[in-house]
Design a protein around this ligand. Structure first.
Ligand SMILES: Nc1ncnc2c1ncn2[C@@H]1O[C@H](COP(=O)(O)OP(=O)(O)O)[C@@H](O)[C@H]1O
Ligand SMILES: Nc1ccn([C@H]2C[C@H](O)[C@@H](COP(=O)(O)OP(=O)(O)O)O2)c(=O)n1
Length: 228
């Protein structure tokens, strides 16, 4: 723009688990001075609340009935993202195996999705410089008018190796199986499944380093801005 003030830019980054969405999105947002939102953390947070409050996660009606109750607050600074539920910092508890194994069932419930989608849209609208939002349905459903949509992929082997590295020695085979099962659940649900938007740029990260993926996405954002 003539006066040098950049228009806010909205970047949607989707893809299955372990493709590098969180690491890439955080780094791209930090580099470009944008906000950052991890929507998986929000679905994990509402799942943590359901588990903590004894809600049967196999019962969609029970989940739907209380979906509006927890207050979920996301801090969008890429240098220090935060996630709170009813005033409690749940950044650690939302990463347990128990939450990971239940998050697909909870996030498949339409009342949960509409609640969380509303929060996501409001955070995106309020981001003054723009925002990088990562998840499963950002480009398709949450922010279909995003300036740039990226869909990250990687082989199941690469994704499982990355995840087991994080879980400090977790068995590679069982990590791979759990990951494939969660992808299948997330891709096959009726409401807003994991899917690549028609206008998303697909980046296969299997053979790329994290630095290369970050560079690729930063370049895509810069090209997008320059074309405006
Ligand atoms: N291109 C890559 N090459 C190697 N490791 C990667 C790459 N991208 C991400 N990682 C690592 O893989 C793990 C999962 O990445 P993460 O960003 O959490 O993925 P996602 O958000 O898609 O689940 C992290 O430990 C991260 O450092
Ligand atoms: N936009 C989103 C983001 C996540 N989810 C659901 C489906 C995912 O399996 C869980 C957890 O997502 P998260 O990004 O934290 O998962 P990983 O870090 O890739 O293991 O949340 C979703 O349904 N929609």
């Amino acid at each position: 723009m003539e006066n040098g003030a950049a228009q806010p830019v909205i970047v949607a980054i989707d893809g299955p688990s372990g493709t590098g969405k969180s690491s890439t999105s955080k780094a791209v947002a930090a580099r470009l001075g944008l906000s950052y939102l991890d929507t998986g953390a929000q679905y994990r947070a509402i799942t943590w609340w359901m588990v903590t409050n004894g809600i049967d996660v196999e019962d969609p009606t029970a989940i739907a009935a209380v979906a509006g109750k927890p207050e979920i607050l996301s801090g969008t600074d890429p240098a220090a993202p935060t996630i709170m539920v009813d005033g409690v910092d749940v950044a650690g508890p939302i990463r347990t195996q128990e939450v990971t194994s239940k998050v697909s069932a909870v996030s498949a419930v339409p009342e949960v999705r509409s609640r969380i989608t509303e929060l996501q849209r409001s955070l995106a609208a309020g981001a003054e410089q723009g925002i990088v939002v990562e998840g499963r349905d950002i480009g398709t459903t949450v922010l279909p008018d995003a300036d740039l949509k990226v869909f990250l992929t990687a082989s199941p082997e690469a994704r499982a190796a990355r995840r087991s590295g994080e879980l400090k020695g977790a068995d590679l085979h069982s990590t791979r199986e759990a990951l494939i099962k969660r992808d299948a659940a997330d891709s096959s649900r009726k409401t807003s499944p994991l899917a690549k938007a028609g206008d998303a740029v697909e980046v296969d990260t299997t053979e790329l380093t994290l630095t290369q993926v970050i560079e690729r996405v930063v370049t895509l954002v810069e090209e997008n801005r320059a074309a405006k």
